[in-house]
Design a protein around this ligand. Structure first.
Ligand SMILES: [Zn+2]
Length: 445
């Protein structure tokens, strides 16, 4: 029988499929065609049955689904390392909010494009973003080739994107309109910032937009005990009960952080079919506390993994984030069996994709699923020898081992080179913008 033609074939020394059986295949092959995974199997079969461009031939590769960074603020790359070692509110109010107020469409675009470059380089193929001037984030995502959900962050105070809530709604409608006519790689979400920066009307109105347009609704919630105390004082309820009382807790709801949650609240989230994005490194750095991620999973809460913005992380890669998720809970519970490597990989791939409501099959390498694939160079010293690749990606890989990133069947990065982003030109813009941020920060500190 003659081989069938396809766009690419990839030879994997180890393939992590993240399919229903969580199969890991040694000496495997993947065939890709028209933006989708065509077939998966042992290398000899794939090589015999398909004819296509072999990606990175002759290399020893660990091939796996691209990672899903379920919560970030892409343009915040411009504030990476600007202020560290401060509590959340002081950090936000004296350093982040003053410089954010000076953002322009250009700084948002290039900050987001830098984030896209970083995520592409470190194996993230999908992310979920919340920022004002989201149309400019959207453009950066579109130019980068990544897959993303993009939301206009809704605050109850003016910012460079809008003067009031009415104008914010226009920005939201603009994104929804764009979506209806545009790329399926990018979709909008509704993104009220938090309970402490919005009014009840902002929460219910944005939730209605989500309902009307079948979109997700993401909010920072229960991030700190201080947030809970303020919410109880202002609204007489804890944050989760507050959004629930407004009709904003359902399958569309995605909670970023969820640190200060009681067991009965976890049950309430699970029953509602809502999701939580666990952001362990950001929570550790801002001393927000430890989210009950093992209990979430045990109680059936859909859980994803996110980095949060580069001002509080300070990186956007998910390999190190997976390691924090695995190690933090073992130390915290004194139980080495919690958040095992497979569970952590799940929340960073297929489960994360499910929390974000992405197309079925996203976050797995299985026939028919979107071809969002990454390859790691297995000859790196920190990945030798290899007995169990799932262990390696959670406990040994740093992210720099990624040598190929593909989204929707398009190679976006290969062996040090970006195919879409003009990286030297981007660096030039970031040098200039970095100088500008430094000046503003000097003026406001
Ligand atoms: Zn955040």
């Amino acid at each position: 029988m003659n081989p069938s033609s396809c766009d690419y074939i990839i030879h994997a020394a180890w393939l992590i499929t993240q399919d229903h059986e969580r199969r890991v295949i040694e000496n495997a092959g993947v065939a890709v065609s028209n933006g989708r995974i065509l077939d998966v199997g042992v290398w000899d079969d794939i090589n015999r049955e398909y004819e296509g461009d072999e990606l990175l031939p002759g290399r020893e590769l660990l091939v796996m689904p691209g990672l899903v960074n379920a919560h970030t603020h892409a343009p915040m790359t411009l504030f990476r390392g600007l202020a560290d070692d401060l509590p959340l509110m002081e950090w936000l109010q004296t350093h982040v909010f003053p410089v954010e107020q000076k953002h322009t469409p250009e700084s948002v675009y290039f900050g987001a494009l830098l984030a896209c470059a970083e995520m592409t380089r470190f194996g993230v193929t999908t992310f979920c973003d919340m920022h004002f001037m989201a149309a400019d984030v959207w453009k950066a995502v579109d130019d980068s080739g990544l897959r993303a959900l993009v939301g206009e962050a809704i605050f109850g105070f003016p910012n460079p994107s809008y003067a009031n809530f009415e104008e914010a709604c226009i920005a939201v409608e603009h994104l929804i309109f764009k979506h209806h006519g545009g790329s399926s790689r990018i979709a909008p979400i509704l993104a009220p910032h938090s309970v402490y920066t919005t009014t009840p009307d902002m929460l219910t109105t944005t939730y209605q937009y989500a309902e009307d347009n079948n979109l997700k609704w993401m909010i920072h919630l229960a991030e700190t005990q201080a947030e809970t105390a303020e919410c109880v004082q202002k609204h007489g309820k804890r944050p989760l009960a507050y959004i629930d009382s407004l009709g904003c807790l359902g399958p569309r709801t995605v909670i970023a952080h969820g640190v200060d949650l009681e067991p009965d609240e976890l049950d309430r989230i699970a029953k509602a079919g809502a999701g939580v994005v666990h952001c362990p490194k950001s929570n550790m750095k801002l001393a927000s506390g430890v989210a009950p991620a093992p209990a979430m999973r045990a109680r059936g809460v859909r859980t994803a993994l996110g980095t949060d913005g580069a001002a509080s992380n300070n990186t956007l890669g998910l390999f190190t984030e997976m390691r924090y998720a695995a190690l933090l809970h073992k130390a915290h519970t004194r139980d080495a069996t919690v958040m095992d490597a497979q569970s952590v990989l799940d929340i960073a791939t297929c489960e994360g994709a499910r929390v974000l409501g992405l197309e079925k099959g996203t976050g797995a390498i299985t026939p028919g699923s979107p071809a969002d694939i990454i390859a790691l160079d297995l000859t790196r010293p920190n990945l030798r020898p290899c007995y169990n690749p799932v262990s390696h990606v959670v406990y040994a890989a740093e992210g720099g081992e990624v040598c190929m990133t593909m989204v929707a069947g398009e190679v976006l990065y290969k062996d040090g080179a970006f195919t879409r982003i003009d990286y030297p030109a981007l660096l030039d813009r970031i040098r200039t913008l970095g100088g500008w941020v430094r000046e503003i920060n000097r003026g406001s500190a």
